[in-house]
Design a protein around this ligand. Structure first.
Ligand code: OAD
Length: 260
């Protein structure tokens, strides 16, 4: 069974020392994040109690078919999410990840989140593998632009008159091959993977872990989650607790700034 360390267990200096040892050996790191990392900013996750997919059907709101059927409904959901994000801010987990990118010789953050909080917190070595809620794409010309406004009239149109859509990945759509290649290469090279706040239910997470395991027999995969997930049996260690507390602890251990 995969070892679990709760926040309470991490109060033990001997356990912190062991964790610090693993972290300090890493040279090439990939962090994979999901909706749980933004939960402490007040943004809803997708699965589990109170998650979007408990209230709505993914195929209605996050698929090309759903958009063709009812673009206004889809835009209303994205507009509401834009409002929630604009009324919120990155949390200590986002800031810790931005600092972590400078703490290792090689680092890449692969986020499934479209909220933009990682960039807002200062992350630069980053792939937004599911796109960005702040980008729009013309459904006719494919032109992409950034717009952070809350839309008064829905659905949203491009200046050319065609419907605009959020520039995010929907169910049934292919990953951007360049972004996917970059993420896969980094996962194959990484000697440490941190996978935080994701249920791992969307293929990309398992795909990146598979690329890692195929190429790194000595690598370490550390999961950070409130609870065990479908990924837990595959990882080396589960740090169980809120990412907004565990990621800053990881940073502190790495920089010898641990207060205990
Ligand atoms: P999910 O909603 O599937 O999973 C969120 C995970 O975060 C769960 O495992 C929670 O236990 C965990 N979690 C919640 N709060 C946390 C906290 N404070 N600290 C640590 N962990 C916490 O979200 P994702 O895995 O990101 O895709 O979902 C993946 C994709 O499915 C999303 O990008 C979206 C969705 O459908 C598309 O829309 C294409």
């Amino acid at each position: 069974m995969t070892p679990h360390l709760s926040l309470a267990a991490l109060a033990d200096p001997a356990r912190r020392k062991d964790l610090a040892h693993i972290l300090k050996q890493a040279k090439s790191v990939v962090a994979i994040t999901g909706a749980g990392v933004s939960a402490e900013s007040g943004i809803s996750t997708f699965r589990g109690a109170g998650g979007y997919w408990e209230k709505f059907r993914a195929e209605d709101l996050a698929s090309p078919r759903g958009f063709t059927k009812d673009p206004e409904l889809v835009w209303r959901w994205y507009n509401e999410r834009r409002i929630a994000i604009l009324n919120s801010q990155p949390n200590p987990g986002h800031f810790a990840l931005a600092a972590l990118e400078k703490a290792f010789p090689s680092f890449l953050l692969v986020t499934q989140n479209v909220d933009g909080f990682h960039g807002q917190a200062g992350s630069e070595k980053m792939v937004e593998i599911h796109g960005s809620i702040w980008e729009l794409r013309c459904t006719r010309e494919g032109k992409i632009w950034t717009d952070r406004q809350i839309f008064e009239t829905l659905p949203v149109y491009c200046a050319c008159g065609a419907l605009a859509r959020p520039n995010v990945l929907w169910f049934g759509e292919a990953y951007n091959p360049n972004l996917f290649h970059q993420a896969q290469q980094a996962a194959s090279r990484a000697d440490l993977i941190l996978v935080a706040g994701t249920s791992g239910m969307v293929w990309i997470v398992a795909g990146l872990l598979q690329a890692h395991y195929q190429h790194q027999s000595q690598g370490q995969v550390i999961e950070i989650n409130l609870e065990a997930s479908d990924l837990t049996p595959e990882v080396d260690l589960l740090l169980q607790g809120p990412s907004g507390q565990i990621l800053p602890l990881i940073l502190a251990l790495l920089k010898n700034e641990d207060q205990t």
